[in-house]
Ligand binder design. Structure first.
Ligand code: SAH
Length: 211
């Protein structure tokens, strides 16, 4: 427990469970992960408002509702190998670490990656491997993945990520141009290999930067 515990429980009760995030494992992990440690000190008082916040380098930690909703859409049971694109603050990574077996996370900015990894280590997360690079390429050496989550928006679904999705796997990502007309997309690969694409709802993410 910490000084923000009551605020954090309220955030989950009102902003997530009070809306349509239902997965009990997702909700419990969000009650426990100290979001205030993933934001810059000057943002700490806002850490449990249901809103995105700046984390430096022009990037943002996503709104808690969005983090919960996207994670729920991955339908994690605990056994999965997960690829995350856009480590950022590491908050979403910490959530994935608690809900799946092994997390592979890709970030392009070294300063954000270093801060995130130091914090994940301090919180005792040992099931995460990180790489610096362009998320459009995924992580071919570790593929296939049971779940892939992208937290910055490409203009189109990156073909490499689709290739790296295991049979039965789920890929969740925002797709579209900067600030407008972005939509949250879920691609599912059936055990037989066939793909289905769902366009879920409008979103607003920072761009997945092309290298
Ligand atoms: N999930 C993060 C959100 C970070 S914002 C969090 O919870 O804090 C999106 C992140 O994607 C930023 O850190 C940005 O640097 C990173 N990013 C943008 N383009 C990228 C690319 N092509 N490859 C890898 N990471 C990228």
């Amino acid at each position: 427990m910490d000084e923000f515990a009551a605020e954090r429980l309220r955030m989950v009760a009102e902003g997530l469970a009070g809306r349509d995030v239902r997965d009990p494992r997702v909700l419990q992990a969000l009650r426990e992960i100290p979001r205030h440690r993933f934001v810059p000190p000057e943002q700490r008082v806002h850490a449990y408002a249901d809103t995105p916040l700046p984390i430096g380098a022009g990037q943002t930690i996503s709104q808690p509702y969005m983090v919960g909703k996207m994670t729920e859409l991955l339908a994690l049971t605990g056994a999965e190998r997960v690829l995350e694109i856009g480590t950022g603050s590491g908050y979403q990574t910490a959530l994935l670490c608690r809900l799946a077996a092994r997390i592979y996370t890709v970030e392009r900015l070294p300063e954000l990656q270093q801060r995130a990894l130091a914090l994940l280590a301090a919180l005792g997360q040992t099931n995460v491997t990180a790489r610096l690079g362009d998320g459009h390429q995924g992580w071919p050496e570790e593929a296939p993945f049971d779940a892939i989550l992208v937290t910055a928006a490409p203009t189109e679904v990156p073909p490499a990520l689709v290739t790296q999705l295991a049979p039965g796997g789920r890929l969740v990502l925002p797709v579209g141009e900067r600030w407008s007309r972005q939509v949250l997309v879920r691609l599912r690969r059936a055990p037989t290999g066939e793909l289905t694409r769902e366009e879920l709802f409008p979103v607003s993410f920072v761009p997945l930067v092309a290298s």
